[in-house]
Design a binder for this molecule. Structure first.
Ligand code: ACO
Length: 306
């Protein structure tokens, strides 16, 4: 048995903040942000549950199935609407689902963790036939809009996938990791804003993602050349370039949205997946690599034969 992705849906809030908008309120420039991060604009003022509901509804529509067909909902988010209830419960009822629902918080590695959790439950003997897996984050709500070290990077968005038991869509391997010793370089306290040592996070991220991808490829028994499609966490184009260079993977294999979204945390990999689908890159049999990293630090890589 394998698990295919039957439908993908996205949601981005209406309000857009461009680099030029930021340069009017802080000491930065469009040129600097594009050169150092590859970001041109980001969506803001999104509410995690609302974006998740919209993306989830779009995924159900794309999959052409009804809410009753979904047997489990997993929401990957680091910005839940409330401490509790879990935001997934609110999303579950708004979408008209009758199934169980829970949140996953592995920050920007959340979607990789959520995918592996969903896959593991689905291949279990009495597991669900269909899971709605959503990544949704309102990073603008925890961003200090006076701090040029972080305000240039983050944005809001959501993307959802319908996962379904099928003959195709085999997960070849996964690699999940975390190192809590590095918690202090990127964190956000309750009722506070993101604190980040950007340069440190950059260096650690390049190392962690490179190692994680090497691990997952080895576990899958394939080489970097065998990868057809790369869906990287959308944090900084220079991180993606550095990792690809170390692994010998051409940038042309990556599918990216960060130029217009910035870093949307849990939504970032599935938004890249939606872009890959729009690019016509996701055909059955293709080898797809997803890899995320973020605060924790936590990281996760997954290789799927689409
Ligand atoms: N505009 C203009 N100049 C700036 C800005 C800015 N927004 N920010 C910093 N600078 C200046 C600095 O003051 C410094 O000037 P100096 O040389 O005179 O001292 C110079 O630019 C270089 O600063 P660095 O911090 O070395 O810049 P760097 O190239 O590292 O880029 C950045 C900074 C974009 C934050 C980068 O370090 C980065 O992307 N880090 C990773 C962040 C990340 O991925 N975080 C998310 C993880 S996922 C999650 O879990 C949420």
């Amino acid at each position: 048995m394998a698990i295919r992705i039957r439908g993908i849906g996205t949601a981005l809030p209406e309000r857009i903040v461009t680099n030029d908008d930021l340069s009017r309120v802080m000491d930065t420039s469009d040129e600097w942000i594009r050169a150092r991060a590859g970001i041109g604009s980001r969506h803001v003022d999104g509410i995690t549950s609302e974006m998740a509901i919209e993306a989830g509804a779009n995924a159900l529509k794309a999959a052409d199935i009804s809410p009753a067909d979904i047997e489990l909902l997993i929401l990957c988010t680091t910005t839940p609407d409330q401490t509790f209830p879990a935001t997934s419960a609110v999303v579950q009822s708004s979408l008209g689902l009758g199934c169980g629902a829970f949140d996953v918080n592995a920050v920007c590695a959340g979607f990789a963790y959520g995918y592996v959790a969903a896959y593991g439950m689905m291949v279990a003997p009495t597991g669900p036939d269909r899971v709605l897996l959503i990544g949704s984050d309102s990073m603008s709500s925890i961003t200090d809009w006076t701090d040029r070290g972080t305000a240039i990077l983050f944005g809001d968005g959501a993307a959802a996938v319908v996962m379904e038991r099928h003959v195709q869509g085999e997960m070849l391997a996964f690699d999940l990791g975390a190192d809590g010793n590095l918690a202090s370089i990127l964190y956000c306290d309750h009722d506070a804003k993101i604190q980040m040592e950007g340069r440190e996070v950059f260096k650690k991220a390049v190392r962690a993602v490179t190692r994680s991808v090497e691990n997952v490829l080895e576990k899958a028994g394939i080489g970097a050349d065998d990868v057809d499609v790369v869906l990287p966490h959308q944090a900084n184009i220079r991180i993606i370039e550095a990792v690809c260079q170390r692994l010998g993977i051409p940038m042309e294999k990556t599918h990216n949205v960060l130029e217009t979204t910035g870093n949307t945390s849990g939504a970032s990999i599935p938004l890249a997946m939606a872009r890959a689908e729009a690019d016509g890159a996701l055909a059955p049999g293709r080898i797809v690599l997803m890899s995320g990293f973020g605060a924790g630090m936590a990281w996760g890589s997954v290789v799927v034969r689409w």
